[in-house]
Design a protein around this ligand. Sequence first.
Ligand code: ATP
Ligand code: MG
Length: 570
Amino acid sequence: RGFCGPHGQPPPLLDPQNIVATWEAISLGRQPVPEYFNFAHDVLDMWSQLEKAGHRPPIPAFWWVNGMGAEVKWNFEQLGQQSRRAANVLKDTCSLQPGDRMMLVLPRLPEWWLVSVACIRTGAVMIPGVSQLTEKDLKYRLQASRAKSIITSDSLAPRVDAISADCPSLQTKLLVSDSSRPGWMNFRELLREASTEHNCVRTKSQDPLAIYFTSGTTGAPKMVEHSQASYGLGFVASGRHWVDLTKSDIFWNTSDTGWVKAAWTLFSAWPNGSCIFVHELPRVDAKVILNTLSSFPITTLCCVPTIFRLLVQEDLTRYQFQSLRHCLTGGEALNPDVRDKWKSQVGLELHEGYGQSETVVICANSKGMKIKSGSMGKASPPYDVQIVDDEGNILSPGEEGNVAVRVRPARPFCFFSCYLDNPEKTEASERGDFYITGDRAHKDKDGYFWFMGRNDDVINSSSYRIGPVEVESALAEHPAVLETAVVSSPDPIRGEVVKAFIVLSPTYSSQDPEKLTRELQEHVKRVTAPYKYPRKVTFVSELPKTVSGKIQRSKLRSQEWGETRGSPRK
Ligand code: ATP
Ligand code: MG
């Protein structure tokens, strides 16, 4: 039996506070993970029962808008029915068996959430991807994962057709569209015809739930596998304490569906009984985001720092956010300047968190905790997070080293199972008792972590080690700087020096570049240790970014060092 009641039968009616407290205790590592666990059965169907029994305010569990008048609202019961229909489509039409893999590449459409839940109901392993994937990206992902089925929309279908002959494992293709396409089955039609009766499969906690391809910020994306319990239970506590979610909250995370942040919203909001709010947001547009916050009773907002950087360019005092009370960010470093601007104009703190596709939340600035500007917060339980040297020895407060998570004697349950089909890479990610994240930081004596940069992004100039984030944050304080990326650049005397690529605020774009360079250099020398100032500065119109909005410093670095010569750390 699953821990929330016999499988295949309605779960017993319990007090919602007790149920959430049980999940939270497991999530914190204080109670053992049950042998069997299925998020759809044990969490969603449970909330359906609680909702029927009047234990939840009358807000939807899922609320989708497209900004042009279309709207979808489901409570947990309706979500259950729709996702059971979707599960029947996967089981009957696509013949997906537990363990079979399904690629899920959709814009922010309600079907993404339905199919995610349907995969869990059928035991199929979901492989989310972003809509910007090219033919080459799709081929790489379909071949590497041996996915049996794909669900996507009109824009991506031609790209799938162009490469599907090279992907022999791919057997069925589902299209989310109001029109038809040869070789594809129309998901919306199938959904309408499918039965709402479906027996959720019994999954063991260790069975795979999802495979994620990492963002590829630093190289070829890796396949990261998470178990049913890892994602299904691993976000409950951070959902409660960092995202500060309750059953009255309406949580909007603007993340693309292809990125882990969409999954962690799902797995942190629904156990806590919260509503997931989604705007289709075909393009990231600051005004659309701000108007949406003004028009809907959204209580909780999460955006990547790139988006907050855009939002603070607007006159925020012109907007009245209806219900907003808690804001979060993560995925890359938040410059203190952006946090200050948001706080002073909106009156709300920005709570930064840090994690990876391989993990759940590693560090966070939880609700109620004192925030130290520029720090990504403290270790998020149940993780034991340390700064270690390259042999896995724990370093003292203040010493720079690898951000690492303890995996021995016991690997946390909320952790990736492995890099799929790549045991060497999985093994290489560990040193001693620790998993090495690939990021550099230091921890202060109060247990706060200070991100320095990815391993490869740290600059070594005349034996000084310089983290790009510190220089970027210093530059960001200057009104001329809209965005910046700092990388190492070759220098005949110093070996390497700090170089800043800067996107200027529109009001500064016509200024004399040499004068502005000197001004910015002086500014950095004033606000941080002078040796960190960028000896080279280039003004650009945009920075290279991953589809999830992260700055790709590695691209700029190889541009500086030349592909053939390579950077000193390669
Ligand atoms: P790849 O591993 O393929 O290079 P990726 O590391 O960008 O891709 P993700 O797993 O999505 O893929 O991103 C995790 C990384 O994002 C972290 O290791 C860290 O470098 C960065 N990151 C996440 N949150 C923060 C944060 N709050 N501050 C600084 N960096 C962050
Ligand atoms: Mg990574």
